[in-house]
Design a protein around this ligand. Sequence first.
Ligand code: CA
Ligand code: CA
Ligand code: CA
Ligand code: ZN
Length: 351
Amino acid sequence: MTRGRHVLLTMVTAAALAAVTAAGAGAKPPSGTATGTGLVFMVNPVQSSGNESLVDAKDSATAVPANQYARVPLRNLDGSGYLRGRWVTVESATGTPAYSADGTYAYNRHDDQFEQVMAYFWVNQAQEYIQSLGFGSTLPPVVMQPLDVKIDQFGGDNSYEIDKPYRLRYGKGGVDDAEDAEVIVHEYGHAVHASQVPGFGTSEEASSIGEAWGDYLAVSVGLDAAKHYGWPVRTPAACVADWDSTSYTSDVPHCLRRLDSNLTVADKTGEPHHDGMIWSRALWDARQAYAALGKSSRAFDTTLIDAQFDFAPDTSFSAAAAAVYAKALARDGQAAASAVRNAFAARGITF
Ligand SMILES: [Ca+2]
Ligand SMILES: [Ca+2]
Ligand SMILES: [Ca+2]
Ligand SMILES: [Zn+2]
């Protein structure tokens, strides 16, 4: 099911991140800062249409109906005409870089520039979501720097984050990875952890938490955007990468992974993408439990991200769960904290 995806992941070095963060801190936006518009998928076209029969058809423009694109604002552009801005800088090793003198970036999926627009919009969206929770204002910043994003025709069906230079790379195997916002934001999730805890992910359980968090953030940012823009969600909310996974899954609904598996620690295999589904299910359950208590998913996400600052680079599930519990208790009260404890306990994670 995981097909080796993201196995090339390594982490940002603390020094590299600190250097870029310091350079970006306090810098004023350039005078040409502008909001453009672009066409993007509404997370992904399987999720927005509910049509599990959509196929890549060799990147054909007509494989996805025109009504599965949405016109969105592209915020925080630097005014250069390229997809460069405060929170993301798009590079492409495939095709001409998107350029617009009037801020309009309307491409279809067959155009190399479409993935560039997707990457710009969704990385910016993820950073804006995290900031909307208070990170970078009332809470410490998370990433908060222009991230280099490269769209790369390197053949495999894989995307990853690398540390020299600090950037995200999206491959073009099967459905182009950057045609699915859940793949884009999953990778951004690794940058989040690297920003919060330099070197995060040195134990198998920490790596699993990294994969789980990427999946969870991808779904959470996508659902938040869908709510904000009024986009339909016609596949199970817990399904990750509904569109990218059509290239390599036969079961319907197509999902790279899900947040609602029944895995527990008894099912561990030692493979982080697999074992991450233990952790992501606990996050998903805690999110629902917050809702049952009248607390928002934003409240849970704030608590979760804040707790992640306290994770050791080589954390165990147990120690990380205890950190989430402590943060929930401090921020949201005993009932919320107990719900968090129960969600982890149901996965066999106790502390
Ligand atoms: Ca494409
Ligand atoms: Ca792909
Ligand atoms: Ca999805
Ligand atoms: Zn990953």
